[in-house]
Design a protein around this ligand. Structure first.
Ligand code: ADP
Length: 278
């Protein structure tokens, strides 16, 4: 009996080793695939705006005399828009790099007026939309709805900006036919809720939590540029503040992202002189 048991034991051990090697090889292969997809995505996403910048700068240099002022302004705007896109990608990569480090993202709260901050952000987005070169952007209207006009909160401005700018720019980007984007703010003494709603392309039902993984993009995004970094940055900024994020979406109907952030300090107990303007 002993020999059989021992040979069975060795067979099992051999099998285990084989399986470990196989899974190691599989993991290595998967890692290689992710790396190559990442490099190809990144070079593509950086090359597009760079090509626009180089071509516009070239034209401006060669044809300065013949161009109307309006045409020159238009070229200039294209250069700035493209440089802005590249800047955002590089910034996102830096945030991701910090995010993947072993230390958790630091949270540095300060007092500021939340509705005022959100309203300024919406106004900045609207100006950008109105100045954009593509025609669809002009038909996007940002609707800002807030329960309160003034509400001091003790939150991390930087992280909040990461959350809201990514959600707002996604809502705009994934509304290729224009249409309104609504941003709602709801508050109470222990939490604040942000809701960003679009009537764009929507998200296929099976995507689920994968949307929040870095570099992941849903299957219906062909033709719309992106790196798949925005939502992973949003998720991390929400998580480190103890908040929640929820998505409701229907393909071709639109998407709603809802973020809830807990308030560590009750605004009603705050000294108004502490509140700096954002
Ligand atoms: P990116 O927009 O650069 O692809 P994100 O991480 O911001 O990356 O978003 C991940 C994916 O989630 C997107 O590729 C898209 O498939 C989906 N998504 C995010 N926001 C929306 C939205 N408002 N409408 C439709 N799809 C969205």
């Amino acid at each position: 009996g002993g020999t059989i048991t021992r040979s069975m034991f060795y067979a099992i051990e051999r099998k285990k080793n084989e399986m470990a090697m196989e899974s190691c090889l599989k993991q290595e292969r998967e890692l290689r695939e992710i790396k190559s997809r990442f490099i190809s995505m990144l070079s593509h996403e950086l090359r597009n705006p760079l090509t626009t910048i180089l071509a516009s700068a070239d034209l401006l240099e060669k044809l300065t005399e013949e161009f109307s002022e309006a045409k020159k302004r238009d070229m200039n705007r294209k250069i700035k828009e493209s440089a802005g896109r590249m800047n955002k990608i590089l910034n996102d990569l830096l945030i991701l790099w910090h995010q993947e480090s072993p230390e958790p993202t630091p949270v540095n709260p300060s007092w500021f007026d939340l509705p005022q901050f959100c309203q300024n952000l919406v106004a900045e987005f609207q100006i950008q939309l109105d100045n954009q070169c593509s025609p669809k952007a002009n038909s996007i209207e940002l609707i800002w709805v807030s329960q309160v006009k003034s509400y001091p909160v003790y939150l991390d401005l930087n992280l909040l900006e990461q959350i809201l700018t990514n959600l707002l720019s996604n809502a705009i980007k994934y509304s290729p036919n224009g249409g309104p984007v609504q941003f709602d703010l709801m508050v109470d003494s222990n939490q604040v809720i942000f809701r960003i709603q679009d009537s764009g392309i929507g998200i296929p039902p099976c995507e689920g939590d994968r949307l929040f993984t870095s570099f992941y993009r849903a299957t219906n995004t062909q033709g719309i540029s992106g790196t798949g970094l925005g939502l992973s940055i949003v998720k991390n900024a929400v998580d480190v503040q103890g908040g929640k994020i929820q998505v409701n979406s229907e393909v071709a109907k639109g998407s709603t992202f809802t973020v809830t952030l807990p308030l560590m300090v009750n605004p009603l107990l705050m000294d108004p002189s502490d509140c700096s303007s954002p």
